[in-house]
Design a protein around this ligand. Sequence first.
Ligand code: SIN
Length: 488
Amino acid sequence: MSDQPPADHLKAQGRALIREAALVAGKWIPVGDDAISVHSPADGALLGRVPKLSAAQVDQAIEAAAAAFPAWARTKGKARGEILARWAALVTQNEDSLAALISLENGKPWKEALGEVRYANSFISWFAGMAERLDGKAIESPNGEDLILAFREPVGPVAAITPWNFPAAMITRKAAAAFCAGCPVVLKPASATPFTGLALAALALEAGVPAGCFSVVSGEQDVVGGRLTGSELIRKLSFTGSTAVGRKLAAQCAPTLKRMSMELGGAAPLLVFDDADLEVAVSGTVAGKFRAGGQTCVCPNRVYVQAGIKDAYLEALTARVAALTVGDPFAPDTEIGPLIDEKGVTKVEDHIARTVAAGGKVLTGGQRMTGSYFQPTVIAGGDDELFRHEETFGPLVPVFTFDTEEEAIARANASEFGLAAFLFSDDLNRAMRVGRAIESGIVGINSGLISNAANPFGGVKQSGFGREGSTYGIDDYLQVKALTLALR
Ligand code: SIN
C-alpha cells in the first residue's frame, strides 16, 4: 500500500468527486429544494446533498433500463467484459480519491478505505474475466434423438439496494455481476453514503456502460424502494442490509415474483479451541472484529473460547485491542474511525450495559468518546443470548467460555442467523468437522478475513439467500432458456 498523502490533499480529492445529483437514464438530475443532506460521521460537516426523486423520476430510470436491456443483452460477452475491464482501470486510476470520498462519507480510515476500493475493484475485474465465459449445456433428450440446448440468458433489469458500511464494494459486487450477465442496473445507494456510488457510476459510463444501463436513484426509501420492488419491468432485486428490511422488500417483490438475492444480518460466532495457535487466533479476532470499526455483517459478534486457552487468549486479546488507535479517518496512524451515527453509538452502549448487568466484566474500553467515536472494547462473561440474536455493529468483542466441541457447535448454531462464522484450531480434523457442522454460509478457519472476489459470499437461515462474487455470483443474474431441437 502506498504511503498516505497529506490529509488536506486527500480531502480535497474526495470532495472533488462529490456530485450533488442523481443519475437517471444517462442524465444528471441536479439537487433541488427537496433533498437529503449527507454529513461526515467524523465531524458532522455537511458534505453535500442528493435529490429526493419523485416516483415518476424513479420510473424513468426503470423504463430506461428496460429500454436498454435488449441491446445490452445482445452485446457480445467479450465486449461487455472489455467495458468492465475499462471500468476497473478507471477505478484504479482514481483509487486515492475514491478512498478519500469513502472516508469522508463513511468515516473509515483512509488506508482501510483504499483497501475497500481495491476490494470493490476486484469484483469488477473478476466479472470482466467471466463475461465471455457464460456457457450453457447441450442435453440429450430421453427419446435418444432430440437435442436440448440450455442457454443462460440475463434475467433483465436489476434493482440493487446497497448499505453504507461498504459504499463501493457492495455496489460493484452486484453491478459488475449484472453487467457481466447483460443486465442493466438501477442502483439505490444508502442515503448516508450516496456519493461513492455516484462517482463509480460516472466512471462506469466513461468506461462505456450504455446510458440507460446504469441509473443511480436517491430519495425516500418508501418511494424509491416501493417503485423498484413494485415494478414489473425490474426482474431481480439484489439487497444488502438488515433482515427486517429484507423481509419487507421480499414481501414487496412477491406480487411481481422477482428473483431476489438477500444478503442480510448476521451474528457471527468465533470459536477458539484449546489447540489453536494463540497468535493466529488473537490476530484473526482483531482483524475480523475491527474491520470497518466492527460495522460489517461478517464481523464476529460473539467469541467462544475453550476453557484451557481462555486466560491466555483474553490477556493477549485485551492488550491488542487496548493498543488500537482510534481517530480521524485521515490521520495516517488511525485504525478505527467513528461509527456511522449516534444510533450506532447508543447500540454499542446498550450491548455493553446489558452484558455488564448479566455479570460481564469490561477488560478494556467500554466508553463513548467525542462525537460518534467509541473505545474498542473487550468484555468477558455475562450472557451470550443477546449476541446470538442482535448484531452489535460496533467495536465490541464479547467473550464467553465453553468446555466441549459439541457445546461450541450448539452455541454457535443457537441463532436465527447464519452468515459468517470463524473457528481457530490446529487440528485439521476438528476444523473440518466443526466448519461443516456450523450452520453458516461462509466459515473462516484460522482466519478472520474471508471476504474476497473468489469466495461465494452469502448466508443461510435468516441471513438470506443467493451468493455474491465467485463463479456462483453470476447465477442469480442468469436464467436458463431451453430449446429442444427435434432431429430427423
Ligand atoms: C457486509 O457487511 O454486508 C459485507 C461485508 C463483506 O463483504 O465482507
